[in-house]
Design a protein around this ligand. Structure first.
Ligand code: GDP
Length: 196
């Protein structure tokens, strides 16, 4: 697919407000600051997409983008904000879990995490939910340019080894929006999920 024509469709405050559960969706999730907006920008070659997600008031919304009709990317709100009250956190976690478990048209989950701080509790939670729902996962170790090539490979192997113990269909790739590392691999993976 050509990801350069991706366009904004809508923002939804909760999963219930999303459009009909049709077509194919691929969701992007990650702790706030993991580099999710930068990655979406890079993958789609568009500056304006992330601006949409980062617009004040939209950061807690689910943003939907269309690559071509019937093929949508879902930008889930970043998790792990320190400032958010516990009650809101729990509510949001519950609805993330619900989305992953109930959204029929969801065909894949991309989990982004800083290559220097991978697999925090909520990252693992997201992956476990996906595994339980038999949803394939692509883990992107973001900001890979921050590590030298040796350390990057080492970290990649370590994370791959750890996620193997989770079971399920989980791929791990190093990624850098800044340097373009891993972009082709991501697009190929998305292609395979959109058109199996
Ligand atoms: P989000 O909160 O997950 O959407 O994260 P952002 O995309 O806004 O990125 C958070 C911070 O990390 C910003 O300061 C970005 O400039 C930085 N960042 C994102 N991707 C990269 C990358 O590939 N390399 C480096 N060095 N910094 C990055």
């Amino acid at each position: 697919l050509n990801y350069r024509n991706t366009g904004f469709i809508t923002s939804a405050p909760t999963i219930r407000h999303l459009p009909n559960d049709t077509g194919v969706e691929i969701a992007f999730a990650g702790r706030s600051n993991a580099g999710k907006s930068s990655a979406l920008n890079r993958i789609t070659d568009q500056k304006s997409l992330a601006r949409t997600s980062k617009t004040p008031g939209r950061t807690q919304l689910i943003n939907m983008f269309e690559v071509v009709p019937g093929c949508n990317l879902i930008d889930l709100p970043g998790y792990g904000y320190a400032q958010v009250p516990l009650e809101m956190k729990l509510k949001w976690q519950q609805s993330l879990g619900e989305y992953l478990q109930k959204r029929e048209c969801l065909e894949g989950l991309v989990v982004l995490m800083d290559i220097r701080h991978p697999l925090k509790d909520l990252d693992q939670q997201m992956i476990m939910w996906a595994v339980e729902s038999r949803l394939p996962v692509l883990v992107l170790l973001t900001k890979a340019d921050k590590l030298k090539s040796g350390a990057r490979k080492q970290q990649l192997l370590k994370v791959r080894e750890t996620v193997t113990t989770f079971g399920g269909d989980i791929d791990v790739e190093a990624f850098s929006s800044l340097k373009g590392i891993g972009v082709d691999q991501v697009r190929r993976k998305l292609d395979s999920w959109f058109a199996p």
